[in-house]
Design a protein around this ligand. Sequence first.
Ligand code: DC
Length: 218
Amino acid sequence: MSASSLIPPPLIIAVDGPTASGKGTIARALAAHYGLPHLDTGLLYRAVGRQVALNGGNPDSPGDALAACAFPDALLADPELRSEASGGLASRVSVHPSVRATLFERQRAFATQGSGAVLDGRDIGTVIAPEACPKLFVTASVEARARRRFAEMQGQGRAVTLAEIEADLAERDLRDRTRAEAPLRAAEDAVTLDNSEMSRDESVAAAIRIVERVRVKD
Ligand code: DC
């Protein structure tokens, strides 16, 4: 056996899924469990959306959205990025192919570093790291996702109603799933985890079981 065959291959874990499915929580927990770096790719699109707003631009304009890709790294720490408004702006700028192409290298470099990484988003398993193994597609019913997002927003003291959140989620789901470039969909080799009826801990435990099952098979 050669020395190189003793080095384990990098563990790249892709976690895709719709808004408020719990994919971020799962990705962070997997990264901690396996000692890997984690990238929340949605935050990059949120930063572009927020930068468009700060520039006084239009998120539906490809030129304004592309210019906003030059956001300063410090913006990634802005708590405003977690708001529903930033999520909506992110979904709108993410339809532009030039924005996706500009953010591609940064995500790709993160995915291929060192001994592996965990990335969560919409197109990790299909576009950013098609070689990722395992790939999880985390999903839950609109009702379950809206309830969770509502509790989160209330905890942050943000004034929103459950009906507003449901409508916003449905609109973003539709836009993310039907856009021409890298739409949200499960990769053919992804394992779907529907956590509508699961607690946070049950959902994380189920994700770890999926990763272990896939790793043993390989
Ligand atoms: O995961 P999130 O809610 O923070 O993502 C916000 C928006 O960013 C989402 O509605 C679509 C876009 N996005 C994307 O197009 N591709 C990704 N890999 C991550 C997010």
